[in-house]
Structures are given as C-alpha cells and as structure tokens.
Design a protein around this ligand. Structure first.
Ligand SMILES: [Zn+2]
Length: 107
C-alpha cells in the first residue's frame, strides 16, 4: 500500500550583493519541505499537526537564508571555490543569526 503524507513546502528568499565579485541584486531562495507523518512527532510523542509542520518548515527556510546572509556569495563565486574554502565558509555561516539583514549590513 502506498501512503502519501501531506507536504508543506515553505521558502525564504533574499537579495544580496556578492562579497566576492561585488555584483548587486543577486537572488537566492531557500526551500524546505516537511510532511505530516506518524514519525514527525513532538518530544512528548504526539504527532505534529499541519500548522506546526508548516511553521517549522518556514522557520528552517528562514534560518538557512539568514545563515547564508552571514557570508553571501553568488552561485558562480561559490562554484569557483574549492571544497575546503566552501567548508570554511559553511563554518562561518553556522553562527546563530537572529537578524539576517543586520548581518548583511555589517559586511
Ligand atoms: Zn559573485
């Protein structure tokens, strides 16, 4: 039997200036999809409800966007980086960010 679970896809977009090539008005969208399913539970064991799953997907998309904005690079510049350089950039982006816009303006 094939069972499909309702999925909730949420996205967070941003416009930024690339730190490497200085090109302005670059865009990136972060999309997160989560489903309502019996294994997606709260710490107390109850199944997460649709509104909650939707909200968490949005929060995760926002977090990815905010962390990206700590050190924004356009796709071409990211592709030009070596694996170890990208690893260092990912480490830098891991710092907790509460306000992505502020982080962008600091650079
Ligand atoms: Zn660039």
């Amino acid at each position: 039997m094939l069972v499909t679970f309702p999925a909730y896809g949420r996205s967070a977009a941003c416009t930024f200036k690339c730190l490497a090539c200085q090109k302005d008005k670059r865009k990136r969208t972060f999309r997160v999809e989560m489903t309502v399913n019996p294994y997606n539970t709260n710490p107390d064991g109850t199944m997460k409800q649709a509104a909650q799953v939707s909200q968490e997907a949005q929060a995760d998309a926002n977090r990815q966007r905010d962390q990206f904005l700590v050190y924004p690079l356009c796709k071409a510049c990211e592709d030009a980086r070596s694996w170890s350089e990208m690893k260092a950039i990912h480490e830098r982006r891991k710092v907790p960010v509460t306000n992505g816009v502020r982080a962008l303006e600091e650079k």
